[in-house]
Design a protein around this ligand. Structure first.
Ligand code: HEC
Ligand code: HEC
Length: 317
């Protein structure tokens, strides 16, 4: 959707922000609702994109964690990608935010890595086991694992992510309850496992099972315009990549830093939570975490970031 002067003019004439006064007729309500939608579009187009300052290029900077681990934050895009280069969201953030990620003592997400390590060693469930009982030292057994998800799960007949693999092991191998979506423990343990692949390049196996079919489903969703704002993931992360939505510098929307520490929320944010947030901004209804829709998106968007270093826990605005 190209930001047009038409939307701008419409929004100026629209005083219909906020509530609808009592005693308003149905017809008037309809008109007001239409105006509200235009106001929402204007909030994104006029306030954000049209006001995009010059110099909206991502920074040219190297991410080296603790002066030791060299991260790939830009790399040649996989064949079939609409960009020549894929870029980490890190390159789109402010100096302060980038510095927080480069120093693991300052990175607030590292507290969740520590919490995840405690959970790794904690005995739970009827089998009387911890993760460590079977997998031992995570820095060896889980090295590179987080970089290769989502993976095909033959038993489930669908791809699974790290969160669901953890639940599989809890249920089948520990006889413990699976974690609920976005439980603090789920985020911490996922963060801990992905952190073991810090610096490793994202690379998923599309040859396994029907991964290709899920990739295609994810691609369709990525380009499908939906909702009242008629936006697709691609509208923001491909077409308007590099522009601003209010104070947010739009990145390519890569997933290599997840779970990610968000300063705005002062919390870890899981990937499906982020997906849901992005979709919620464009339409009223959004799919459930771990649904086929979001899993397909995870497969496709992870592929888009092929070759970028795992940054978990990344720090974002
Ligand atoms: C009783 C032994 C056992 C326990 C306890 C156990 N697992 Fe597993 N885990 C396995 C086996 C066996 C596999 C490989 C087969 C499979 O995928 O089910 C596996 C696979 C995995 C994988 C996928 C590795 C890969 O290369 O894709 C991850 C991640 C994982 N487990 C994490 C955990 C976590 C986290 C816990 C604790 C919450 C845990 N496991 C507890 C036995 C166990
Ligand atoms: C209305 C614009 C808009 C749409 C549409 C949108 N996003 Fe986003 N998205 C944002 C903004 C703004 C951010 C935060 C700044 C950034 O990292 O780009 C963001 C961030 C992200 C991030 C985090 C990037 C990082 O480095 O932490 C991912 C992943 C993402 N979006 C995926 C998606 C997917 C998948 C879709 C489609 C389902 C989508 N987005 C649709 C605006 C949008």
């Amino acid at each position: 959707m190209a930001p047009s002067t038409r939307t701008r003019r419409r929004s100026r004439s629209s005083k219909a922000r906020g509530h609808i006064a009592p005693g308003t007729t149905q017809e008037e309500t309809k008109v007001l609702k239409t105006k509200l939608i235009w106001a929402a579009v204007a909030a994104i187009t006029a306030a954000g994109w049209l006001a995009a300052p010059a110099g909206a290029e991502p920074v040219n900077d190297d991410l080296v964690i603790d002066g030791e681990i060299h991260m790939t934050t830009r790399t040649k895009a996989a064949e079939g990608m609409p960009f020549d280069e894929v870029l980490s969201g890190w390159l789109f953030r402010t100096d302060e935010t980038r510095m927080l990620e480069a120093d693991s003592f300052q990175n607030p997400g590292m507290l969740y890595v520590e919490r995840g390590e405690e959970l790794w060693n904690k005995v739970e469930g009827e089998a009387g086991k911890s993760c460590a009982s079977c997998h031992g030292d995570a820095s060896k057994s889980m090295k590179g694992v987080g970089a290769s998800y989502p993976k095909w799960d033959a038993e489930a007949g669908r791809p699974i992510n790290v969160e669901l693999q953890i639940n599989n092991c809890r249920e089948k191998n520990m006889k413990a309850e699976p974690y609920k979506f976005d439980a603090a423990e789920q985020k911490a343990l996922t963060t801990f496992i992905k952190h073991q692949s810090l610096g490793d390049p994202l690379g998923i196996d599309l040859a396994a099972g029907d991964m290709q079919g899920w990739w295609e489903k994810g691609k369709d969703l990525y380009y499908k315009r939906t909702g009242q704002l008629n936006l697709a993931c691609a509208s923001c992360h491909e077409q308007y990549n590099g522009k601003y939505i209010r104070a947010d510098h739009l990145s390519q929307g890569n997933v290599n830093g997840f779970p990610t520490y968000r300063l705005k929320q002062a919390n870890m944010v899981s990937l499906h939570n982020r997906f849901r947030g992005c979709i919620r901004d464009t339409r009223a209804e959004f799919p459930a975490a771990f649904s086929d829709e979001l899993m397909a998106l995870e497969v496709y968007v992870t592929w888009r970031g092929t070759g970028l270093s795992v940054e978990t826990p990344a720090v974002r605005q």
